[in-house]
Design a protein around this ligand. Structure first.
Ligand code: AHR
Length: 503
């Protein structure tokens, strides 16, 4: 057993927790849309074809904003294909994912679906095979009230009210050679800047997201952010970070420390954005949108033959483990600890592909990674506080020596609730942890839950969906503002405390 100490005080505020931190992502990929959120005519769908059972789980998960329609898919997408009478919409190849898209789910269906679920829509424009004109058309179609050809077409297509979409992504991962319309940093930076400039002429209050470097292993990552941000820092509001982690060669110790990678990516993006702002002589401080994050075991067990272009195809339908749940929670800790600059984040993806929710034709079930997201979305409200942590280090193959414990804390001033999120990323030893709540000597323990802490490769399945679920940690006590808790090896915990918010 290792020993750790943590201190949390109200003076150490990081920033407000933006509700958009609990976003997710829906892409025309695999069975995320077709067979996932949308299955017209199915017994579990409503009159519009939206899966009721999937919708109920998404609401329960606590998702706040959903990014759409991609991802790689958007870089070849013609948004016009997905509006108008469904029977006559064109059928197209989805080159990104080797599927056929009959376009029965498009812009109107997406907006209607977000309203049904109660989430904010966030759209991406195609800056791969298309450009400024098509992005501006999509914006006018979506957000202009009426009186122009495009906005009147939306009205004629059944949406009298504008969609009112605030957040727009300027393309997707243009630095990736896998992307249709892959670009150099300067090509993308110029295009993104001019698209943003046009979009602002329509509405200067839009919130625009420019793509930062997709991955540190891309050769272009050396100067991608510098070049792109020099072009766009005056026009964008967010720089996007994407991160996918996975356990490689059963190296659970490195995998458990994946939060370090997200910390580094966020801090790199902030540093690049601030440096570009300084070079351009602007006071602008871009926020960070971690608009794709998750655990992706990319190997495709059923790659299609070149001739096969199915509508629905199983891509990324991993079964997630207890270790995956712990890492999901650890990534959320990283997001919360950067709440001053990270104000939007989208777990990827929402249903079936790399997802917390699995939908089959006859029902749905929750994967292990569902629970840390749900608990954090439900309880991390108000202000994120910086915890100071003293814990032994662990050795990891990929990240070197890192602290065994990581912690995020949030104070919900309205409710009078302090919530601690803790990960013990030590794969083999529990951590006897003392937490000093300097500002709250009278804090009362409301709940202490733990995810993981047993076999990190244990999985829930459709037949046994409750094998990896949160359980109460009885080894938690509090006395005079001092918490004593044992964090099992490879575990993620939530401790909720009733506090006097004024002290
Ligand atoms: O989430 C799957 C894919 O991963 C997305 O389409 C792309 O943006 C990323 O590379």
């Amino acid at each position: 057993m290792i020993q750790a100490t943590v201190a949390v005080d109200r003076e150490q505020a990081i920033g407000k927790v933006d509700r958009r931190l609990f976003g997710s992502f829906v892409e025309h990929l695999g069975r995320c849309v077709y067979g996932g959120i949308y299955a017209p005519g199915g017994p579990l769908s409503d009159a519009h074809g939206f899966r009721e059972d999937v919708a109920a789980l998404i609401r329960d998960l606590g998702v706040t904003v959903v990014r759409y329609p991609g991802g790689n898919f958007v870089s070849g997408y013609r948004w016009e294909d997905g509006v108008g009478l469904r029977d006559v919409r064109p059928s197209r190849l989805n080159l990104a994912w080797h599927q056929t898209d009959q376009n029965t789910f498009g812009l109107h269906e997406f907006i209607d679906w977000t309203r049904k679920i109660g989430v904010e829509p966030m759209l991406a424009v195609n800056l791969g095979t298309r450009g400024i004109a098509e992005a501006l058309d999509m914006l006018e179609y979506s957000n202009h009230p009426s009186g122009t050809t495009l906005s009147d077409l939306r009205v004629a297509n059944g949406a009298a009210d504008p969609f009112g979409v605030r957040m727009w992504c300027l393309g997707n991962e243009p630095d990736g050679p896998w992307q249709l319309g892959h670009k150099t940093a300067l090509e993308y930076g110029r295009l993104a800047a001019e698209t943003a400039r046009g979009m602002r002429q329509f509405d200067e209050k839009l919130e625009l997201v420019v793509n930062g470097s997709t991955a540190p292993w891309l050769p272009s990552s050396v100067d991608w952010d510098r070049i792109v941000l020099d072009e766009t820092v005056e026009f964008a509001d967010y720089v996007a970070v994407h991160i996918y982690v996975e356990e490689v060669e059963r190296d659970i110790q490195t995998f458990l420390a994946s939060g370090v990678e997200l910390d580094r990516e966020i801090e790199r993006a902030i540093a690049e954005a601030d440096a570009a702002a300084a070079r351009r002589g602007t006071e602008r401080k871009l926020a960070v949108s971690v608009d794709e994050w998750g655990i992706w075991r990319g190997r495709d067990p059923n790659p299609p033959t070149p001739e096969d272009w199915p509508v629905e195809r199983r891509i990324g339908e991993s079964i997630y483990t207890a270790g995956d749940a712990v890492v999901t929670g650890a990534l959320i800790i990283s997001l919360l600890n950067h709440a001053d600059r990270v104000t939007c984040a989208c777990q990827s993806l929402l249903v079936n592909a790399g997802a917390p929710i699995r939908a089959e034709a006859d029902g749905v079930w929750r994967q292990s990674i569902y629970y840390p997201f749900q608990l954090a979305a439900r309880y991390s409200k108000g202000t994120a506080l910086r915890a100071s942590i003293a814990a032994p280090e662990i050795d990891t193959r990929k990240y070197g020596r890192v602290g065994a414990i990581d912690v995020a804390a949030t104070l919900d001033e309205e409710k009078g609730e302090l919530v601690l999120f803790l990960v013990n990323r030590n794969a083999s030893e529990a951590a006897q942890t003392t937490i000093r709540l300097g500002s709250w000597p009278d804090a009362r323990l409301a709940d202490s839950l733990v995810v993981g802490g047993g076999d990190p490769w244990e999985m829930s399945t459709r037949e046994q969906p409750d094998r990896v679920v949160p359980h109460r940690n009885d080894e938690t006590s509090i006395d005079g503002g001092l918490i004593d808790v044992t964090l099992p090896a490879a575990s993620w915990s939530v401790i909720r405390l009733a506090v006097d918010a004024g002290r």
